[in-house]
Write a protein that binds this ligand. Structure first.
Ligand SMILES: [Zn+2]
Length: 265
């Protein structure tokens, strides 16, 4: 215990790391400020928007917006972002992502697999969970520490020039577009599952649809559609049984939810 504390303190001094706690109480070493991460998120989102076809069909954008609005309304004020930007990309990819600073991307291919609003809410709750728990910051910090060594670790993130853009975007979880899918770790995945389950339930979506979502994902991954989401989010028995363990408390949150959104296509 003492050794860990000393090591953590050394890390803080040398690298400018902040040792902090995730929303579920896990210890994290974060090298970047929230402001840096938000800038990186905003710049990467602009990049995505400039490169991919955006859906303007109101029937689809209103449907996705209905679900994302309900979810982001329940993001704790402590996260410091009250306005989230949502874009639907016209692509067969089965994928969605959320970026630091409040940006959400949904691919139309996902709507063929997450067929109910509750299932789509499960994906979005999970993705927002990664953001709320600072998983990109954690991953970029770890990459920086391992690849550049302790001495260079304090160097500033190059946001203006976006040097090593591909690397940053992979760190944010946007690797699939650049040919390298970089999954989050198992601890981060199960943390996002827990945060996302509670978030969707508070937003008035049926939490049990998270289980049918992962089953639908597993089934679809045997088919013809490109499954970017499954390449970074393996659906396994463990994920589903962990969700089921948390289901009773999530259902209590759903019952208490003041609003049960009626999102239709
Ligand atoms: Zn995930």
């Amino acid at each position: 215990m003492k050794k860990t504390l000393i090591a953590a303190a050394a890390l803080t001094m040398l690298a400018g790391c902040q040792v902090t706690q995730s929303p579920t109480g896990r210890t994290q070493a974060l090298m970047y400020s929230a402001a840096d991460m938000n800038t990186l998120g905003a710049q990467s989102f602009e990049e995505m928007k400039s490169q991919q076809k955006i859906v303007t069909d109101k029937r689809i954008t209103n449907y996705v917006g209905c679900i994302t609005n309900a979810i982001t309304k329940h993001v704790p004020a402590s996260y410091g972002v009250d306005k989230w930007e949502v874009v639907v990309f016209d692509s067969e990819q089965v994928n969605a992502f959320a970026l630091p600073g409040g940006h959400i991307g949904v691919y139309t291919g996902l709507l063929n697999v997450a067929t109910t609003p509750h299932q789509l809410a499960a994906v979005l709750g999970h993705e927002v969970g990664h953001v709320l728990a600072n998983h990109s910051n954690e991953r970029l910090s770890r990459n920086q520490l391992t690849s550049m060594g302790m001495q260079a670790a304090g160097s500033a993130i190059d946001l203006a020039g976006m040097q090593n853009k591909e690397l940053w975007m992979q760190g944010l979880g946007l690797g699939a577009q650049y040919g390298v899918a970089m999954p989050f770790g198992r601890k981060q995945e199960s943390e996002s599952d827990k945060i996302g389950l509670d978030l969707m339930a508070k937003a008035g979506f049926k939490p049990e649809h998270s289980v049918s979502l992962w089953q639908a994902m597993a089934k679809a991954s045997g088919g013809q559609q490109p499954m970017e989401f499954m390449s970074t989010h393996p659906s396994n028995e463990r994920r589903i049984s962990d969700l089921q363990k948390n289901m009773t408390s999530a259902q209590a949150l759903y019952t208490k939810a003041a609003v049960k959104p009626n999102c239709t296509k």
